[in-house]
Design a binder for this molecule. Sequence first.
Ligand SMILES: [Zn+2]
Length: 410
Amino acid sequence: MICPGGAPWGRQSNLFLKPAFLYARIKKMSEFKIIKRSKKSRARLGLLKTKHGVIETPCLVPVATQAVIKTLTSEEVKESKSRILICNTYYLHLKPGEDLVKSAGGLHKFMNWSGPLMTDSGGFQVFSLGFGRDYGTGKILKQRSKADDKISLGQQPKLLKITRDGVYFRSFLDGRKIFLGPRESIKIQEKLGADIIFAFDECTSPVAGYQYTKKSLEKTHHWAVKCLEARNNKSGQALFGIVQGGRFKDLRIESAKFISSLGFDGFGIGGEFGDDKKKMLAMLNWVVKELPEEKPRHLLGIGYLQDIPRIIERGVDLFDCNVPTHYARRGIAFVSSGKLDLAKTRFLKDKAPLDGKCSCFVCRNYKRNYISHLIRAREITALKLLTFHNLYFFNSFVEKIRERIKNGRL
Ligand SMILES: [Zn+2]
């Protein structure tokens, strides 16, 4: 018996009902409307409606790990044309803790951000604090391993323990043991209160072998079902399932089919590819055509500027990316002609704005010489100016892509 408004399925009824039917009873937590489909590619223009506003897609999702875009206020983030942010479940769980955020009125009130928010599930930290750390492969680090099958079946990372029920971490703050499983992740995300939350998964390493990845995928799928069971349907949050499967075509297709069958509100496409862009694009080709057309797709954690049109052409609606903010804090500005390293001496004599075509307040008011001086003098205002410009530049770039889809040019 399915109880309206309460827990949607009882333990016994699970035995007799197929998952698709079980989960079909969940109310729509967000609405996604496709307003134009490209005739040239899988790109589409959409509107994603959440409790905190409507987002035009394709859309960049800047990364606010600790409930902040480092160096900017929420007002400035909005001014940078950012419309939706993603915060990090694992780090907010460690500090300040989801109970504190909840008692502050949830993430939106806590950080004074009235627009839509996402939280990831902590699944990426299973990779980044686990095999990612052991083998030195990260989203930003461009270290490509020579051997592709370093991680074999049954192997555990040095600092984590991954079990069928979840993952044991050690807090980097005080060394205490932390357990994160599907239920824990969902309950933390419900207290944080973002509009869109993600299922708990294991993001696998690009150096994981086939057998390891296959076993890991079974866990991710098991956790996906557990996340749906754990979710509170009254939270008003959209829950996105995550497709994994590493670099293996059959596993990716199997994952996309299985996760699609469960009735999630949208889909995250996860995985770590190091700098192997070709593989990442091939993976998108395999996965996207298996996902339901009418639901939003979010590519987790990518986004060099040159990748953005390629992933959008392959049918990605949302993508989070820490490139603009991460590089800004290292003195790098993204401009129409490429990248500028403002710490270089030659910029001290350069009286041009960061980008002559950019209309952000930094480019309207400041010159390269001044920002270069601030970087070299280690003044934190430099990081703020670069973060603002980079976000505005990336958001404007995506805005132009939406325009190209609208005009039938992509
Ligand atoms: Zn600018």
